[in-house]
Design a protein around this ligand. Structure first.
Ligand code: CIR
Length: 252
């Protein structure tokens, strides 16, 4: 069960963050509304939510999932893969050391938490443009020292592993077509997201509830078979900045 979430508000300069999305200019007032609705939802799900202030020096810092990975046994402070995001991790360490012992990724390793998928005691580590092989190696060693198992997955397209693959409870993964036949996910039951709804693969499991982006009816219907509570949230402005539901919080 998750009981806590750490979040950070988007700053006024959020549109200066990294993005490869070609969805038009994002609006500050609207992303603030969407972010507030996200936080309200986490609170309604009984999480104690920490709301950090924007980091003016780092316009992507509200994507708090990337600079840290929190597991039940240890929190790992990463070095994010995008140079413009390096440094975001420092203020998260202050927060997380209240809750977990801390381990750190060291240069030249880089890891984005968006590449790290936890399924019970196993971690899938995406090796991507953001998470380099050295970062993956260091992360795997830390996880292994804490009794977890791990495997690596090559991320060829898409920003992060969790842009395409997410754990949604039971033995299920929500997964995009391009990963659906991947050998490493063979043991799971899969709900496969259609290519034109691939953004919805970034659906977030909070305890017994699924948070999914609004506007993806085929995925919404498929998720219905789980019998779980489903909440859909408008993510239009976050999506314009290449972010999704998982990126906006650290849950533990
Ligand atoms: C970036 O490109 O780093 C941010 N604009 C988006 C990060 C999204 N994070 C995530 O999926 N975990």
């Amino acid at each position: 069960m998750f009981t806590h979430a750490v979040t950070r508000k988007p700053g006024k300069n959020f549109a200066a963050g990294q993005t490869r999305a070609d969805l038009g200019a994002p609006r500050y007032e609207l992303i603030c509304e969407q972010h507030a609705a996200y936080i309200d939802t986490l609170k309604r799900l009984d999480l104690a939510v920490t709301e950090l202030d924007p980091l003016d020096s780092h316009p992507d810092a509200y994507f708090v999932e990337d600079p840290a990975i929190v597991t039940p046994r240890v929190a790992i402070i990463t070095i994010p893969g995008a140079r413009s995001r390096q440094g975001e991790q420092d203020s998260l360490e202050e927060q997380l050391k209240e809750h977990r012992s801390i381990a750190r990724i060291q240069p030249p390793g880089t890891v984005d938490g968006g590449d790290v998928l936890m399924v019970h005691e196993h971690f899938f580590i995406g090796v991507s443009n953001r998470t380099n092989p050295e970062g993956a190696r260091q992360l795997a060693a830390i996880l292994q020292d804490h009794g977890y198992t791990w495997s690596t997955v090559t991320v060829e397209d898409g920003l992060h592993l969790k842009s395409d693959v997410n754990y949604i409870g039971g033995n299920r993964l929500l997964i995009s077509e391009r990963y659906a036949s991947h050998r490493q996910f063979g043991e799971f039951d899969k709900i496969v997201v259609k290519p034109d709804e691939s953004y919805a693969a970034n659906t977030l499991l909070i305890n017994d509830c699924l948070l999914t982006p609004r506007g993806f009816p085929d995925t919404r219907e498929k998720l219905g078979v789980t019998g779980m509570d489903i909440i859909d949230l408008d993510m239009s402005e976050v999506r314009k900045m290449d972010g999704g539901l998982t990126c906006l919080s650290l849950r533990f």
